[in-house]
Design a protein around this ligand. Structure first.
Ligand code: MEV
Length: 429
């Protein structure tokens, strides 16, 4: 009865997981098979999952792949990547293979400084209030550091205070930034508790009212810079180098293209972020805000040609990642991913992720500037369609091969081929 369907369910979060799942199954008319599928937690303990987020009714698995060939700062890495998009992992491996000369990709991350923002409103003289805040910087830093003595013992903690008067549609406001060295954590939690702690002090110094107290995801004090030289013969000759430079120049001049260019970088960055259970939304937000920091959205990477006609690339972007705290500590698979990576700090993780972003970007530009990306994509897409159409074993590749060579890649054709070819097989048997 349609009228009985309601999503208003009091205390849904308090009900046992099985009951929540039953309610959802009833609401959506799930079959027993679908319920079983959702209840398969794979490598995530249901007890861990239910502590991570609210209203859990199941879990969902993604492929966990490893990109090989990465040589970064003279050290070899196997890079775990969790992603649903075909070609990304293969492209990363191919690019990394061409980037192994001269010690591989170079990558350096800054100190792990995050910014916490404190918004002060209701000020009659915000410029004067700013001066008062800056005068009492040390006191604010000490108050913030009361919250996290362990962070301070590890060499981290609040390090500096900045303040600026911001003109807004609701009049001028004073914005105070607390700069916090978060060491190996992503740091949002540490920063948020610190800005909450110092807010009353800021109110008493300024005479204003503190409204928001929250980390900024434009983590422009926590940058990674990665750079690499790819020799022209490995790129495919100087013509391909020039084509890649033209592809980059297009992105540099056009935000429509820059968005896609940066998406390609984020394919690599986010895949590693997912494998290591980072807050990938924070990384994405930081990346795109940084790309637009001059008032116009630009590519995060720059590609140039050296005196020998080789391709040289640089990537710079915020990289707020952690190896302790959050899901990086609690998700058992993230722990394994970090072990595969073998990184010893959040700084090193950021360096690897910058290098992967740069390699991914190179792979996309090279493909786009030469054969286009569809050929590789289509091969994988065709395999997926073949499997969806019921092909197994050798049949997957045979069906995919036919669809690609005929340029007819569709589910209906895959189904037709599967029926035809498995019929042949049975006939033969
Ligand atoms: C697809 O996921 C990513 C690319 O579109 C990136 C790019 O265009 O540079 C291939």
């Amino acid at each position: 009865m349609e009228g009985a369907r309601t999503s208003r369910i009091p205390d849904f979060h308090r009900k046992p997981m099985e009951e929540r799942l039953r309610i959802v199954a009833e609401f959506a008319g799930l079959t027993e098979e679908e319920v079983r599928l959702l209840s398969n937690f794979g490598n995530l303990d249901p007890a861990v999952a239910t502590r991570m987020v609210e209203n859990v009714i199941g879990a969902m698995s993604y492929p966990f792949a490893v990109a090989v060939n990465f040589l970064i700062n003279g050290r070899d890495y196997m890079v775990p990547m969790v992603i649903e998009e075909p070609s990304v992992v293969a492209a990363a491996c191919n690019a990394a293979r061409l980037m192994r000369r001269d010690g591989g990709i170079r990558s350096v991350a800054s100190e792990p400084i995050m910014i916490g923002q404190i918004q002060v409103v209701g000020l009659r003289h915000p410029h004067y209030a700013r001066a008062l805040v800056l005068e009492r910087k040390q006191e604010i830093i000490e108050r913030a550091n009361e919250v996290h003595s362990t962070l301070v013992k590890l060499g981290g903690g609040a390090k500096d205070v900045e303040a600026r008067v911001l003109e807004t549609p609701r009049g001028p406001m004073l914005i105070v930034h607390l700069l916090v060295d978060v060491r190996d954590a992503m740091g949002a939690n540490a920063v948020n508790s610190m800005v909450e702690r110092v807010a009353p002090l800021v109110e008493s110094i300024t005479g204003g009212r503190v409204l928001l107290r929250i980390v900024s995801n434009l983590a422009d004090r926590r940058l990674v810079r990665s750079w690499v030289r790819v020799y022209k013969e490995d790129v495919g000759g100087e013509e391909v180098v020039d084509a890649i430079l033209d592809a980059w120049a297009f992105a540099a001049a056009d935000p429509y293209r820059a968005a896609t260019h940066n998406k390609g970088i984020m394919n690599g960055v986010v895949a590693v972020a997912l494998a290591t259970a980072q807050d990938h939304r924070a990384i994405e937000a930081g990346a795109h805000a940084y790309a637009a920091r001059d008032g116009r959205y630009k590519p995060l990477s720059v590609w140039e040609k050296d005196e020998g006609g080789n391709l040289v690339g640089t990537l710079e972007m915020p990289m707020a990642v952690g190896t302790v705290g959050g899901a990086a500590s609690t998700h058992p698979v993230a722990r394994v991913a970090l072990k595969i990576l073998g990184v010893r700090s959040a700084k090193e993780l950021a360096e690897v992720m910058g290098a992967v972003g740069l390699a991914q970007n190179f792979a996309a530009l090279r493909a786009l500037a030469t054969e286009g990306i569809q050929r590789g994509h289509m091969r994988l897409h065709a395999r997926n369609l073949a499997m969806m159409a019921g092909a197994t074993g050798d049949l997957v590749d045979r069906v995919a091969e036919i669809m690609v060579s005929e340029g007819r890649i569709s589910y209906s054709y895959a189904k037709e081929l599967v029926e035809k070819l498995s019929g042949e097989k049975e006939g033969r048997a």
